[in-house]
Design a binder for this molecule. Sequence first.
Ligand SMILES: NC(=O)c1ccc[n+]([C@@H]2O[C@H](COP(=O)([O-])OP(=O)(O)OC[C@H]3O[C@@H](n4cnc5c(N)ncnc54)[C@H](OP(=O)(O)O)[C@@H]3O)[C@@H](O)[C@H]2O)c1
Length: 329
Amino acid sequence: MEYRRLGKSGLQVSAVSLGSWVTFGNQIGDDVAEELMVKAYDAGVNFFDNAEVYAHGKSEIVMGNILKKMNWDRDTWMVSSKVYWGRVAEPKPNQKGLMRKHIVEGCHAALKRLQVEYLDIYFAHRPDVNTPMEEVVWSFHNLIVQGKILYWGTSEWTAQQITEAHLVAEKHHLIGPIAEQNQYNMLNRNMMERDYLPLFSNYGMGTTIWSPLASGLLTDKYFDGSATNEKTRMDLMVWLKERALGDMDKVEKVKKLYELAKGLDVPLAHLGLAWCLKNKNTSTVILGASKVSQLEQNLKCFDALPKLTDEVMTQIDEILQNKPVVPVY
Ligand SMILES: NC(=O)c1ccc[n+]([C@@H]2O[C@H](COP(=O)([O-])OP(=O)(O)OC[C@H]3O[C@@H](n4cnc5c(N)ncnc54)[C@H](OP(=O)(O)O)[C@@H]3O)[C@@H](O)[C@H]2O)c1
């Protein structure tokens, strides 16, 4: 396993980590969740990602039970939670958002569900335009001072909002966010490769990137026929179209990437994951898996890194036609 520093902190995170969105407490049984975590931990994964909203809190309960059962040394793994959306489907006032009340109560509830004394990283799952930035930054800072969380981060915040958080932190000598958790994959590049660049250089922000395979779109199964047992061909195209955000052009591009991966003798998932890892601003790629075999395959993605030569990276850009233009002033 390769380890990377999480932003400017000395904290080391495994280059691939494991997330639980849609799977734990929902799509998969608790036995599969346990097998996934054990497989990941044994391969050197040291970061498990979670959130209050995942399966309405059940995802954290499942993960907490596994962490307790495995009894791995606490200093060998990290667990996160995320606050914003709330735990219930229809949150009442203050059950959702980044006001101090919900940040603090959300933290207490996550600690209880995960059965841990502290969260390693606590993310603000989205920005909250209704709460002043001072209140947000002070709330996370105070949780750190109280020992309930070790670090805090943002998720899907704009570069402007993250900058504001750092300016507030600097002004009051508070601890600012260590990492952003953003979507990054071959189909979604702008934030990571353009908008966040000043955050990496000015504030040393790390990134824990999500949906590296565009929720499974960047895998062989939709093109090699192996998924047709699960869905009819028609369903498949509709589903693919939805995952590609209604853009059939994207599906065509992914087909070309599949052919390119085949030519390199690697699964498309390896191409997609290794491509994310090639970006030096990627601290960790959060994997999702509904089957143990998927995780087993994805943990081997490092094998594809040497195949991503400059020439292959150019070929990928030519297929994607979405390389962000970085303004130079
Ligand atoms: N902060 C945020 O707002 C946010 C948002 C989303 C996710 N996240 C985090 O990021 C994690 C990863 O996101 P993600 O689950 O969307 O990641 P992803 O890697 O893009 O998609 C994972 C899904 O793709 C399919 N898959 C994975 N490997 C495969 C393989 N080798 N072959 C075939 N299918 C494969 C599986 O779904 P199927 O088997 O069902 O097709 C799997 O659940 C989440 O668990 C969560 O912790 C954060």
